[in-house]
Design a protein around this ligand. Structure first.
Ligand SMILES: [Mg+2]
Length: 353
């Protein structure tokens, strides 16, 4: 059963919050491409490539990458993922978002052909539902606390507070949110590389009384010594995200215990196969791994949910950001009471609207 075509359709999902900001920029819509792989008998498998500048590929570039990668995919069967990954790497370096979408679509095709839910191909699910962490975009402290309270009322208990390297303002953000939500909420921060190592240590010590579970990418992604310093100087879990951009980078971070945890993202790592490889490396090194934000359609999140369900993840994952977007071209999953259920339908569990 060969794959006979690869098509990539643009997808734009406007955000509910037109003023969504983090330390790396402002975003008003989630853009990317839905990839459809079709086999001889007309079975379709889907994957999604988000346009995210810090992962390497922008919206305008993605169609060219798909065009370049198509010969590696068309003519193979959906069960030759390893061969396709090798061929794609031979045709084009980087391009992890496009390669990730193709890897996901091939996994989806396999599951649809075998008439199984995707997690059954990944070793089976370890849990039926996953707690969802929601991201709070940069705003004034009281505004962030108000949005957090609205999410808390919907059942969310895990929150990621975006911070930006402004010590007093960032501490005020964490304080306002803790005071508003009370003890039941789990709080994390994501600096998106905006601190120096020393400022990060100072910020974390000032935030300690508001109880943080985790601090994501406090320093520049290339500042491994600074990251190690923060990890050693604090008793909060320190997690790499932008610095954990490839399996190779994750291996360096994990084997040297530069961080306590890494954020796995399918588009960043080039798909399910690489994400699971990275998770195994972390496991062997005693470093935690969880699924980070999969910004875009339910399609992308569905793939990530199956991966999260098949791995031994012990913290909330960022698999519900689609709830703050409009015009999703896929349906089939939703966050209920702060949790997302692992789809049991055939394939990745979502279907085109
Ligand atoms: Mg992050």
């Amino acid at each position: 059963m060969k794959i006979v075509s690869l098509s990539a359709a643009p997808c734009e999902m406007p955000l509910e919050d037109k003023d969504w900001k983090f330390a790396l920029g402002a975003v008003s819509s989630a853009r990317g491409f839905v990839v459809t792989l079709t086999t001889e008998d007309g079975t379709a498998g889907y994957g999604y490539a988000p346009s995210i500048p810090h992962m390497g590929s922008l919206f305008d570039i993605l169609p060219k990458e798909f065009e370049r990668l198509t010969p590696a995919v068309v003519g193979t069967t959906p069960f030759e993922i390893e061969r396709v990954l090798q061929k794609m790497d031979g045709l084009l370096g980087g391009a992890s978002q496009a390669k990730g979408a193709i890897d996901c679509a091939m996994h989806d095709l396999q599951a649809r052909i075998l008439k199984l839910p995707l997690h059954d191909l990944l070793g089976g699910k370890l849990r039926d539902r996953i707690p969802v962490l929601r991201i709070l975009a940069l705003k004034q402290p009281d505004d962030m606390a108000k949005i957090a309270a609205g999410l808390f009322d919907q059942g969310y208990r895990y929150f990621k507070i975006k911070v930006e390297g402004d010590l007093d303002l960032d501490v005020a953000r964490v304080r306002a949110i803790r005071q508003r939500l009370g003890d039941e909420a789990h709080l994390t921060i994501d600096a998106n590389q905006s601190y120096t190592a020393k400022d990060a240590i100072l910020a974390i010590s000032r935030m300690a009384e508001y109880r943080l579970d985790l601090v994501e990418q406090p320093v520049h992604r290339k500042d491994l010594k600074g990251l190690a310093l923060v990890t050693q100087a604090t008793n909060v879990t320190i997690e790499a995200d932008e610095g954990a951009g490839t399996v190779d980078e994750i291996m360096v971070l994990a084997t040297n215990r530069i961080v306590d945890a890494v954020s796995l993202k399918l588009p960043k790592l080039g798909g399910i196969r690489n994400a699971i490889a990275a998770a195994r490396i972390c496991e062997a090194c005693g470093v935690k791994a969880r699924l980070g934000a999969h910004v875009g359609t339910r399609l992308l999140n569905a793939h990530a949910i199956h991966v999260a369900a098949a791995l031994d993840v012990d913290y909330a994952c960022e698999l519900g950001e689609f709830m703050r977007m409009f015009d999703d071209p896929f349906k089939g999953i939703d966050v209920v009471d702060g949790y997302i259920s692992v789809p049991t339908a055939i394939g990745c569990g979502v279907t085109p609207v």
